[in-house]
Each structure stands twice: as C-alpha cells, then as structure tokens.
Design a protein around this ligand. Structure first.
Ligand SMILES: Cc1cc2nc3c(=O)[nH]c(=O)nc-3n(C[C@H](O)[C@H](O)[C@H](O)COP(=O)(O)OP(=O)(O)OC[C@H]3O[C@@H](n4cnc5c(N)ncnc54)[C@H](O)[C@@H]3O)c2cc1C
Length: 377
C-alpha cells in the first residue's frame, strides 16, 4: 500500500461528489475522489432529470430556497460543462405539468400555485381540456393541472458523465474501484483507508449517497442516511409528440431529446437491492398507460435503478460533523439530488475555501437534531 495526499478527499463520484470536486478543483484545491465502483454506478445515473424546484416542493422553506437557487444556476452550469468536456447534459427549458387526479388534489395544487406565485414564481392552472390539447394526455384521467414553466430538465447520466470529466479536466483525480473502508482523524489531517491504498487529506467530504452515514459511525454522530430504492423505465417512443414533462402523483413521464421517454419512478424505502423487480416495473407501466393508452407498442430501451439517499427529516446534511471540523458530509438529497447538484457543489466549495457558510446552508447543518418525518418501512 502506498500513501497519497490531497487537500480534500471526496468519497463518492455521484453528482454530488463530482459537483463538489469540480468546484473545488476550479479553485485550485488538490482534490481526490474515491469511488467504490465506477463513475455511473449510483443513484445519479438512474435519475429522470427533472429540475423540479417547484413541482417537488409542498411548502416554502429552506429546501425550496436551495432548490430555486440551484435551478437558477442550471443553464450556465450545463453550458460551461458542455464547452469544457464536449458532453452535452441536454438541458431543455420546457416546463413540468403537475396533473391532479381528484378534486382534492386539484385544490391542493391550486393552493400550491398561489403561494408560489406570491413568491414571484410562474405557475399556471390548466383545465383537463388544456391538458389534452397541449399535452396529449387523456382529459378523463385528470381534474386539471399546475403548469410550472421554469422547472426544466436534463439527461442525468449525461450530466453525471460531464461533471466527472469536468472534474478531471480541472485537475481532480478520480479513483474508481476503491471502496473506502474507514475514515479517521489523525494529527492535523484525515486518513482515508480504501481497499487498495491509504490516503492522507486535510479534510474529507463524504458524498457516498445512501451509504454515507455507514462511513461515519465512528464519529458518534446521530445523523442517518437510508436508501429509498427507485426504478424507472425508458421507452424508445420516438413518435410520441410529448414535449413537456407530465407529472402525476403515481407516475411521471419525462421526454428525452432523442425520442426516448422516461417513466418514473417506484419508491421502496429501506431496500438496498439494485435489481429491478417485475412487480415494480409492471406497476409503473400500467400507471403510465392509464395516462397515455397507446404507449403499449413502444420498446423498452432501458430500466434504471438507484438508491435515493434519504434522511429522517427529509433535509440533506451539508457541512462538517459537529465537533469534527475536518470530516464533512454532503448527502441526503433524496428525490432532488440532480436539481441540487450545482448549488451543493458551489456552496460547499465556497465554504471549504472561504471559511464561512452561505445562509442558504444553515438549515442543513449536520449538527441539527430534527424530528423524524420519514422512516424506512
Ligand atoms: C429512479 C430515480 C429517479 C430520480 N429522479 C430525479 C429527478 O428527476 N430529479 C432529481 O433532482 N433527482 C432525482 N433523483 C434523485 C437523485 O438521483 C439523487 O438524489 C442523487 O443522484 C444523489 O446523488 P449522490 O451523489 O448523493 O449519490 P449517488 O449518485 O448514489 O452517488 C454515491 C456514490 O458513492 C459511492 N460510494 C458508496 N459508498 C462508498 C464507499 N464506501 N467508498 C467509495 N464510494 C462509495 C457509490 O458507489 C456511488 O457512486 C432520482 C433518483 C432515482 C433513484
């Protein structure tokens, strides 16, 4: 075993780890990313790519604000990555249509549209007839819809590849096939022990998705990240004229630039398995066909599976562990890690290099002890 040194070691090469590494490397920080498998093996490559800052948020608050600020960075973030790496993350500025399936849900969505408009955001109400005319979704299958023109989309695997390549081009190193087994504070730095080598760094950021808190047990920290398994089916639906994302409570349909259509997604809390199940996938397809009956003949191009990293209070942990200023965590973005990747990377890198956290990060401190809202089944 040989010892290697970095200013910052990042554990995990998903969107969150690579965004942090990209931003740090641009600031001249010697950054080393350690990945257990390969770039592309985590939740980031399973995502639908919705930038749902409005559609995913049920109430105003810090998560909503972080999502909005990250969404505002997206266009330039993708453009810069595309220019730097030649990989196009396929940022598409078409909005999301949130379908209501009952009068109660229509009322809830109309209220959501109201407080979002009061916040200065765009949110239009569509009748079932508008939905049929503008989206091609059966009018009978909905009771109206909230159209959010500024919730755009990307193609998640492309964005993740662009970020990994971008981080490399900025000077970061990425070691694949290096599961981290242990992290320890030693002297004025940190020792990170992988299967193949031991690494020394001034600080470490654990961005290991659903696995993150497993690596931090020795620090007597009470935070916890657990998996919510998700499956999505990608159809080759070239002839389907769906331009905007249609999002209902039980299924969403996200069109892709090359004519594919992403149907998402299942949710199985506490399930660590990485294989798609027939039951989950067929349920998803049945729900999609209730919205667009003629989906049947389209071939399945791909089934994506990933473990969303979720925390008990639904907020990510972003920052150093209490009492351990060299041990950082950036994990727990749950259903919105693609959306949150630009802001997370930028704000963590600014904090690590500038010394003070952005007020946007205050609510996400790993030092909080919040009441649990969600627990694995
Ligand atoms: C089906 C599905 C659909 C989704 N759709 C959307 C969407 O439309 N919009 C959106 O914003 N979000 C979406 N998400 C959520 C989003 O994908 C996640 O929040 C995000 O990808 C989390 O990124 P991450 O980098 O934290 O984790 P990951 O992408 O899981 O990366 C963690 C990495 O850490 C590595 N690792 C783990 N343990 C170790 C170790 N000990 N040593 C070294 N490496 C380790 C893993 O191999 C992995 O590569 C979706 C998720 C799923 C599953």
């Amino acid at each position: 075993m040989k010892e290697q040194h970095a200013d910052v070691a990042v554990v995990g090469s998903g969107l969150i780890g690579c965004s942090i590494a990209w931003h740090l490397a641009r600031k001249g920080v010697r950054t080393l990313v350690l990945e257990a498998n390969s770039v592309g093996s985590g939740a980031s490559f399973a995502g639908a790519g919705m930038l749902g800052a409005q559609v995913e948020m049920h109430e105003p608050g810090p998560l909503f604000e972080l999502g909005l600020s990250s969404r505002a960075m997206f266009r330039n973030f993708c453009e810069e990555l595309r220019e730097q790496t030649g990989i196009d993350p396929e940022y598409v500025p078409e909005g999301i249509v949130r379908l209501a399936s009952s009068p109660e849900e229509a009322e809830e969505l109309q209220n959501r549209g109201k407080w979002q408009r009061e916040r200065g955001l765009q949110a239009e109400w569509w009748t079932p007839e508008d939905v049929q005319a503008l989206l091609g979704i059966q009018a009978e299958s909905c009771t109206g819809a909230l159209y959010l023109p500024d919730d755009h989309r990307v193609e998640a695997p492309r964005l993740a590849r662009a970020l990994a390549r971008g981080a490399l081009l900025q000077g970061a190193r990425i070691r694949e096939g290096e599961p981290v087994l242990d992290i320890a504070e030693e002297g004025d730095g940190v020792t990170v022990t992988g299967v193949r080598d031991v690494y020394r760094a001034d600080r470490v950021v654990v961005a290991a998705g659903a696995w993150s808190s497993l690596l931090l047990r020795r620090f007597s920290w009470s935070g916890r990240v657990f998996p919510v398994k998700g499956e999505g089916v990608v159809l080759q639906a070239t002839l389907l004229p769906l331009r905007r994302t249609a999002f209902a409570r039980d299924v969403y349909l996200v069109p892709k630039n090359d004519g594919r259509l992403y149907l998402g997604a299942t949710e199985q809390p506490g399930d660590w398995s990485s294989e798609p199940s027939l039951e989950a996938v067929s349920g998803l397809m049945d729900r999609a066909r209730r919205r667009i009956p003629d989906l049947g003949p389209y071939p399945i191009a791909e089934i994506r599976v990933g473990l969303r990293p979720v925390t008990p209070d639904g907020f990510p942990y972003l920052g150093p562990l209490p009492g351990h200023p060299r041990i950082w965590i950036a994990a727990g973005h749950a259903r919105n890690g693609i959306l949150m990747a630009p802001a997370t990377g930028r704000l963590i890198a600014e904090w690590m290099t500038g010394g003070t956290p952005s007020p946007l990060l205050e609510a996400f401190t790993p030092a909080r002890s919040a009441p649990a809202k969600r627990e694995p089944a």
